[in-house]
Design a protein around this ligand. Structure first.
Ligand code: EPZ
Length: 430
């Protein structure tokens, strides 16, 4: 298993280019199954969640061609069996998007229940509610979610809780249902808009993605298309925070500034300079960073996927900051690791109280999940001394070439294999 070795205390300087959005691509790759001819997808990031998604398609009978430069040609017309077994599905929570797409295409699906609960409870009751509204029978046996419908009929779906995954699965199942589906209390994340744009380019009829009411008029068939994935707003936010934490000066390129609004607002609030351009933002810091309070919310609120990274930055701000994690009930597992680096954080339920400390000190730490791992990289970059980060396979799920991108910004980071260990392929979340 590999680890990162970071020698901290160097300012990040220069330019970094953001890759395609993980949470868009893990929904769009399964959605290719809905097409009756091949699709070409561009700006696909080289991350392990993508490799797992493509492998699932391949094992199910799709033809997957890597055309190079982040472009893939996928012909899923060869898929006949709508089943995703545990040994494939367990590696990635987003494998549950195969439920919606296989139901939408074949009228039935058997997919292993997503594993683990690294961020706390992660039920899928709202996904199943959406499928039932459309006329499907859902059951759970031997860890497999089994759904089938004689006919999928457009319906009114009201989500009891705003859910990104539930909204995506409802869209995937409804695009070929007979009649109109109206999804209310829908999630509004940029990757939901990207999925809707992708499906509409295949001939779907989806209106209102990005608002809390999404209307879908079912169509009989969808054709293959060429599509480029949007840039990853969480990867962008992570580099913005890393630049601020090292008091550097970084131009973050290939972004959609509107997708970064809540992150930019909070950075400005604590004293970070953020200059916005059409497709990039520049981060720099002149004076001291000051405290703030943050509450994670569904988009366009402050994203939960930026909470660990921003909390790390607040360790270096003057004063007492309050961070409330309102989406997941166990997303502070990185705090123990930060404490080893000198952070002064106390956690009570969903609230972390962060006392700003002058600096962090390098230490051996372990990444508990994807975004917590990114937070520990930021801590290591800002800390004095050496930080070793174990279990970096979590980080590789969502950050393309992270060590190369950081080295290009002047960071002293290297990857080292730990002899005699193999990656613990535990079921992972996200
Ligand atoms: C997606 O997870 C993302 N994952 C997560 O990103 C992200 O943190 C999350 O959305 C929120 O933005 C992918 O897109 C692959 P939810 P998802 O359904 O869909 C509860 C990362 O770091 N809920 O919006 O699982 C749930 O327990 C990952 O990239 C139900 O109660 O999130 C949570 O408290 C981490 N019943 C809340 O809703 C359901 O049926 C939001 O979950 C579904 C969800």
């Amino acid at each position: 298993m590999d680890k990162f070795i970071i020698k901290g205390g160097r300012r990040l300087m220069g330019e970094v280019t953001i890759s395609g959005a993980k949470n868009a691509v893990v929904a769009i790759i399964p959605a290719v199954i809905l097409a009756d001819s091949p699709c070409v997808l561009e700006n696909i990031p080289e991350i392990s969640d993508v490799s797992i998604s493509l492998r699932i398609l391949y094992e199910m009978g799709a033809k997957v061609e890597n055309l190079g430069g982040g472009t893939y040609r996928i012909d899923a017309t060869g898929i006949k069996e709508p089943v995703v077994p545990y040994e494939l599905a367990r590696h990635m929570r987003a494998s549950y998007y195969f439920l919606g797409t296989l139901l939408g295409k074949f009228g039935r699906a058997r997919v292993a229940m997503p594993g683990g609960c690294y961020l706390g409870d992660r039920p899928i009751d709202q996904h199943l509610k959406a499928f039932s509204c459309l006329g499907a029978e859902c059951s759970l046996e031997n860890g497999m979610v089994d759904i089938h419908a004689d006919m999928l009929t457009g319906a009114q779906i009201y989500f009891d809780k705003i859910t990104v995954g539930g909204t995506i699965n409802a869209i995937l199942a409804a695009v070929r249902a007979v009649g109109m589906t109206v999804i209310e209390n829908a999630a509004k994340e940029p990757h939901i808009v990207d999925l809707a744009n992708f499906l509409n380019s295949m001939g779907a009829n989806i209106m209102g993605a990005g608002t809390d009411v999404i209307k879908i008029r079912g169509v009989r068939s969808l054709k293959g298309t060429n599509y480029a994935i949007i840039p990853d707003q969480i990867e962008a936010g992570t580099y913005m925070v890393a630049a601020a934490a090292t008091r550097g000066n970084v131009l973050v390129k290939n972004v959609i500034p509107k997708h970064l609004e809540s992150i930019t607002a909070k950075l400005l609030k604590i004293g970070v300079n953020v200059e916005e351009f059409d497709e990039s933002v520049r981060i720099s810091v002149d004076g001291p960073l000051v405290k703030t309070s943050i509450k994670t919310m569904p988009h366009p609120g402050f994203p939960t996927d930026m909470q660990p990274q921003f909390s790390t930055l607040l360790c270096l701000a003057e004063g007492t900051s309050i961070v409330t994690e309102d989406i997941f009930n166990n997303r502070f597992r990185y705090v123990d690791e930060l404490r080893r680096m000198g952070a002064d954080i106390s956690v009570e339920g969903r609230v972390a109280v962060i006392e700003g400390v002058g600096r962090l000190m390098g230490a051996p730490v372990t990444a508990p999940d994807l975004r917590a791992g990114a937070a520990l990289v930021i801590a290591g970059l800002a800390a004095t001394g050496i930080t070793e980060i174990d279990d970096i396979y979590h980080i590789e799920r969502g950050y393309e070439n992270i060590e190369q991108k950081l080295r290009a910004l002047g960071a002293d980071i290297e990857r080292r294999s730990v002899p005699g260990t193999t990656a613990r392929k535990r079921p992972v979340q996200a």
